[in-house]
Design a binder for this molecule. Sequence first.
Ligand SMILES: *[C@@H]1O[C@H](CO)[C@@H](O)[C@H](O)[C@H]1NC(C)=O
Ligand SMILES: *[C@@H]1O[C@H](CO)[C@@H](O)[C@H](O)[C@H]1NC(C)=O
Length: 889
Amino acid sequence: MFLEIPTAAMAHPTLLVTLRCLTLLCILSIAMGADNNSTVSGPIHLDCGASSPTATDADNRTWHSDNSSNFAPSLKGVAATASYQDPALPSTVPYMTARIFTSNYTYSFPVSPGRLFVRLYFYPSTYGNYAPANAYFGVTASNLVLLDNFNASQTALAANIASFVREYSVNVTSGNLDVTFSPSTQQNGSYAFVNGIEIVPTPDLFTTPTPTLTNGGNPDPFPINPTTGFQTMHRLNVGGQFISPQGDVDFYRSWDDDTPYINDAGYGVAFGKDRNVTITYTPSVPNYTAPVDVYATARSMGPNAQINLNSNLTWTLPVDAGFYYLLRFHFCEIQYPITKVNQRSFFIYINNQTAQRQMDVIAWSNGIGRTVYMDYAILTIGSGQMDLWVALHPDLSTRPEYYDAILNGLEVFKLQNYGNNSLAGLNPPLLQSPVEPNGTPGGGNSKGSAAPAIGGAVGGFAVLLIACIGVCIICRRKKKVAKESDKSDDGRWTPLTDYSKSQSNTSGKTATSRSHTSTLPSNLCRHFSFGEIQAATNNFDQAFLLGKGGFGNVYLGEIDSGTKVAIKRGNPMSEQGVHEFQTEIEMLSKLRHRHLVSLIGYCEDMNEMILVYDYMAHGTLREHLYNTKNPPLSWKQRLGICIGAAQGLHYLHTGAKQTIIHRDVKTTNILLDEKWIAKVSDFGLSKTGPNVDNTHVSTVVKGSFGYLDPEYFRRQQLTEKSDVYSFGVVLFEVLSARPALSPSLPKEQVSLADWALHCQKKGMLGQIIDPYLQGKIAPQCFMKFAETAVKCVADHSIDRPSMGDVLWNLEFALQLQESAENSSSLTEGTSSNTSPLTVPSIHSDEPLTDTITTTSTTMSIAGRSITSTESDGLTPSSVFSQLMNPGGR
Ligand SMILES: *[C@@H]1O[C@H](CO)[C@@H](O)[C@H](O)[C@H]1NC(C)=O
Ligand SMILES: *[C@@H]1O[C@H](CO)[C@@H](O)[C@H](O)[C@H]1NC(C)=O
């Protein structure tokens, strides 16, 4: 009997991880009294159908083949390798091989009694003669039905993913776990398959505290039977990034980014902990409850108290109807000034019913940085798929200081149905199989014909491209950017499917997006024919020309009889072309945000590189600042635009699974729609940064002069702080209405960033203000804005704020402007209402996130709403009334 513990532990990169792992396993084996040496007490990773005895996956776990494994007595079935490797697979191990069963088969794991995660890995693909559509099967774990008449291919198609993991938690009482695969008898020619089985022992994670049943607004305790089987439906790192199994060393769980589940993706503010806050686990929340990262990031409703009062922060989570669910909400207050009871209090609604009133994280956790989780249960009625609604809303009944809500993590578990001992849901409705690269639906095994045809055409294009580059270099605009030497940037026109590999194979996502654009569903990214594009632009009529850029021309077009779009036609002479075309599709088809320009679709017929975007009626921000006939923008309009652009960039840096660095932030890449909403555009130069903090993407310098981060230039290392620098230049441009570079001015004034810093040091920053704005900016607002911009263009990236901090400060600046405008109009009537704002000095060393103390009007600051400071008449109705702090500050 092999024990996998040492191998698995040593495969981890750091000693710390190893120690944590071993400690936990020790605790577990003691807890489970693993005295029987024929049982396995560590994790098991079974690589089904694998030919080599052991293999390591992208998360550094070692997998053992089921061939001649002790867990696979008298093994039946066919060992098979997938004929197509989807670029979206998170790892080839264990996904590329499968065990195929045409009759029932049982794997048998001798495990110590107790709770286990059982994870089934599925990559529905063609295995030899076995087509994915025909695999209908059931799976049981001892007596518990996990899956019934299940079709993995249908499941993956409906979710638009290539592969997925089903995670269950079962309580084994007998000392043996039998996992049985049974081809469905309801469908002819059915077979069963599985790519990998992972078993991880855990303590009891589910029964304490007793959840509250959300029951038409009448909460009841809902004790959970310790033998209950669970299926994990969702595990979200709310306001944070994807955490791979490697980042959750206790039980190899993965935690997803929550943004895809938010009802309005532009809503809510994601933030991380303040630097001087330490995450502290408590006796009722052991370390293994969730990784530090889950508690160290959160989402709140947003900066505006009034908006928060009129809306809910809502997630909709697909689940199977007809089951009880356990919802675990992870909370931790992580930013000052929230340290006391009754600063933030909110409702938790589940499926439009009140699950919790007066949720006050500090009251439950006893302080900033301390962790707490709350469990609720709910019954869903019906059958088939449905959405579970989870919503937060400020609860004003105790008059909290901030009208806001917070959430750090959310887990949703399905409880077994005791009537039929089952966790199985129905298959999603049948969708048509996508066309795989071989051109045949459903995925055949010959990858052959079409790909080389594309390759050939592309090759010819590349020759043309290279021939043109020599000519182009002379006439190209003066941008002195070195040609990038990255592996995917060799000017070859690789099919999009291959390109996407580079960014998806390193993470161990539970479910990875299927990223070949040719199979992207139309709601994500649409494929236009060249004919459609010609019709939309009247065959690229010069009258429809909106602008010209490095990439090519941009035309106004009309599609679907009346929808205006911007059509960007790649110039085949463009050196930037091919790679950027792919990057842009790659990035934009995955990113949806109110402050990012939406890509509607693309056309790659006949070697064209055409992108179709939402039409931005008001054009670029620069067109409204200088060298223009457009009327000047008001200061508040400018602030609003800067805040919108900052939200877009903040989302790029923190909202997606991986940090995305824009690399070309400038006023011509900030576009304005008909409602003056700012949208960040032009992702052609974007880079996906590594997941880890404090690292950088090493690369050859690209970007636009005047906006280039000097540190990036010196060290050729790209971090998201390079975008912060460029954004600082944008802020100065907005303030001064002059270009980032003005070569005709005296030498010291040529670079706007240098000139602004020079003026700031001399205490004469007021000089650079756009004459149109003179006297129109409230002094406190100007101080805050200028302080923010100055910090953004700090020489060293470490001294620059994060985009989140920038956003926070700009929102604050807007509040200062508004409250100054309000009080100046009020002073005529009430003299007592002059604004008692504490204005931080521009030379202050305080961290940018520090907050202003008080104001006499209702205002709010980035996710923290500040209400009036009245301290009268608190209703002591709350259970926490004795803990309340009526002063509220
Ligand atoms: C909750 O309310 C929303 C909006 O009224 C509705 O669309 C949704 O279906 C409701 N959800 C449930 C589970 O009842
Ligand atoms: C928030 O959700 C709750 C529960 O569904 C609902 O009663 C309430 O009307 C919603 N509030 C707003 C402002 O949408």
